[in-house]
Ligand binder design. Structure first.
Ligand code: PLP
Length: 389
């Protein structure tokens, strides 16, 4: 995996173990991004009004093939937060309606749902998933307990953010559909990290980030909505695509793609990002990363005298591992690891627990995790910012 390092801009002196937060773009994909931006500036009118819609369609087609859905059922959005806001704002929630979710969701999405639920008198039900998780069945049974006659939708992460856990979304969506609910999967971390087949997932709505594990430049994500539900959702920004005499043939595209003047170059790099992964046999790279994540887990658990929060196997863990830690000052610990050891790793507070989450990408080597380990040994021995359980 060492050879891949030169394909990324990541500073050589940093042990970069936080791919999960914002991804990182490889050189060929970034060059493609700049090529699109240059073309835009060379002839903005042609780019935005004449060629742009075709470029966007071609990019959507490549993405659709990669995540296995119809290209007209996805629109590019800047980030998953944007997608969640499109959906939550338009759901026309009534007082008493409930959105069923878990207590493991991403904080910004919780905020968006809380906002729209509060405005409409609806309830955002964060059904607790108890840690440590023993099995997928446990998660399914615990989530199921949250349904009531008022539940309208299941909203659930494909891979959780703070806890880095793959959730059994297919089984949960199958169950939710059998109960007549809409299903919305937050797949911010999924595309590029685990194989995705939207056609068989039973998610009515799905959002994923291309700028994380697919390695596109920042500001490149998508929203998928099954054809029969597309009419429910208004654009977040009302612009020329709304109520327009000129249509692309898909109101879903017109509504969400035409969002005023903007630089959509990042969206156009998706075919290049997919090509990059193909060129470097990403399935193999990814399998090596997953093996490195898992093979290192136990020594971190031993060092910190902590237990895994879920089984450390292929069903639950991909390229991220969250380790429960004990620290009086999470922010200071994170800064200390970077400032003193050049280890970039997130220390995340979730409810009453603190997690250290390492991500492994194709450019990481065992040395990066060794540096983290050695740093933790030292910080533990100092006794101020970290203690074992
Ligand atoms: C599970 C999950 N959902 C949604 C998001 C939102 O991503 P953004 O801040 O890019 O909208 C993230 C970001 O890390 C995430 O981890």
């Amino acid at each position: 995996m060492d050879t891949l390092r030169s394909q990324f801009f990541i500073r050589p002196e940093v042990a970069f173990l936080n791919f999960g937060s914002f991804g990182a773009c490889p050189r060929p994909v970034f060059e493609d991004y700049q090529r699109w931006q240059r073309e835009l500036e060379e002839e903005p009118v042609q780019f935005i009004t004449v060629n742009g819609p075709r470029y966007l369609r071609e990019s959507r087609e490549a993405l659709a093939e990669y995540i296995r859905c119809n290209a007209d059922d996805i629109v590019y959005v800047m980030n998953p937060s944007y997608a969640v806001n499109i959906i939550a704002k338009s759901l026309n929630l009534s007082p008493g309606d409930e959105i069923l979710t878990t207590n493991l969701e991403y904080g910004a999405c919780d905020k968006a749902w809380n906002y729209y639920c509060k405005k409409s008198g609806a309830k955002y039900v964060r059904q607790p998933v108890s840690l440590p998780v023993a099995s997928q069945e446990q998660i399914i049974e615990e989530v199921k307990k949250g349904i009531t006659k008022n539940t309208k939708m299941l909203f659930i992460s494909h891979i959780t953010s703070s806890t880095g856990m793959i959730l059994p979304v297919k089984a949960l969506c199958d169950w939710a559909k059998s109960q007549g609910l809409l299903t919305f999967v937050d797949g911010a971390h999924a595309p590029g990290q685990i194989p995705l087949d939207l056609g068989s997932l039973n998610a009515d709505i799905y959002t994923g980030a291309c700028h994380k594990w697919m390695m596109a430049p920042k500001g490149c994500s998508f929203l998928y909505v099954k054809r029969e539900y597309q009419g429910l959702f208004d654009p977040l920004i009302i612009s020329w695509g709304y109520d327009s005499p000129i249509t692309s043939g898909s109101l879903f595209q017109d509504y969400h793609q035409v969002q005023g003047t903007r630089d959509f170059s990042a969206f156009l790099t998706v075919p290049k990002a997919i090509e990059f992964m193909r060129d470097y046999q990403w399935e193999k790279v990814s399998a090596e990363c997953r093996a490195m994540v898992r093979n290192n887990a136990q020594r971190f658990f031993d060092l910190l005298n902590t237990k895994p929060i879920c089984p450390v196997n292929e069903a639950f863990i991909a390229q991220m591992l969250s380790i429960r830690i004990q620290t009086p000052n999470p922010d200071k610990l994170k800064a200390h690891l970077f400032d003193e050891y050049q280890v970039e790793v997130p220390v995340i507070v979730h409810e009453d627990k603190v997690f250290l989450r390492y991500s492994i990408q194709g450019f990481n080597t065992q040395k990066d995790l060794d540096r983290l380990y050695d740093a933790l040994v030292e910080v533990l021995s100092e006794g101020e910012l970290l203690s074992s359980f």
